[in-house]
Design a protein around this ligand. Structure first.
Ligand code: DER
Length: 231
């Protein structure tokens, strides 16, 4: 099965939800990339939309595709954010951040009336946590922050090795927001909302990749076709 073809199929199905006049959040990652690509074709065909990109990478791609852009300073509400995910559970809670864009992605998704998650069906899981959870942290006081994270994991009944994300060139990965990312493979997270709350309470944690209650629709493309799941 060509995974990239599945991603494109999910993106194409999401495009059917887009109408002229809409204000869209534009996600980040290889699946969202297909969406922005296909959206550019719709814009050239005359569909009137504006988009807020969730990363500098998506901004560059959207500009190249001719998608009109705006910001969440010009407008304070979006109609739909279309974005990928690393894991999706039956409650449509997500792990995101594999691409390092989780902070702007969560800000944009939170400012949207709807969030459509597009993915190949390998992302669909019963329980979140096999994929390492990305946690965006401030470099200052990192050891103290990691200690607090360890305590939060213990309270939530999970544990895992914390890895500071590195770029391909071996340097510490730096997000669009100038922060670092710690990835932790926690295994099965029994209570994602509880862990999300515990992590959000840590001062040195800027944001984390648990997206709770934000996904309204999941569009999953698999060998048997496309499944649309509403929350
Ligand atoms: O980093 C992110 O949040 C991306 O959306 C990621 O979760 C999905 O990326 P993919 O579409 O390349 O699998």
């Amino acid at each position: 099965i060509d995974m990239d073809a599945l991603k494109r199929q999910a993106a194409a199905r999401a495009l059917e939800e887009v109408e002229s006049g809409m204000r869209l959040g534009l996600g980040t990652g290889s699946t969202a990339k297909h969406f922005v690509d296909l959206l550019g074709e719709k814009v050239r065909a005359g569909v009137k939309i504006v988009g807020v990109p969730t990363s500098e990478a998506t901004r560059a791609q959207a500009e190249a595709c001719g998608v009109p852009l705006t910001t969440l300073d010009e407008i304070d509400r979006l109609d739909i954010t279309i974005d990928g995910a690393d894991e999706i559970n039956p409650a449509l809670d997500l792990i995101k951040g594999g691409g390092g864009a989780l902070l702007r992605e969560k800000i944009v998704a939170s400012a949207s009336a709807r969030m459509i998650v597009i993915a190949d069906d390998s992302k669909w899981v019963e329980r979140l946590g096999r994929f390492p959870l990305p946690i965006e942290v401030i470099p200052f006081g990192l050891a103290a922050t990691q200690r607090a994270m360890g305590e939060a994991f213990a309270k939530a009944g999970v544990s895992g090795q914390m890895l500071l994300r590195k770029s391909a060139d071996g340097h510490v990965f730096v997000t669009d927001g100038g922060h670092w990312i710690i990835d932790v493979r926690l295994g099965e997270i029994e209570d994602p909302p509880r862990l999300a709350g515990l992590l959000s309470a840590i001062p040195g944690v800027v944001e984390h990749g648990l997206f709770i209650g934000l996904g309204s629709t999941a569009i999953l493309a698999g060998a048997q076709g496309i499944r649309v799941i509403q929350r």
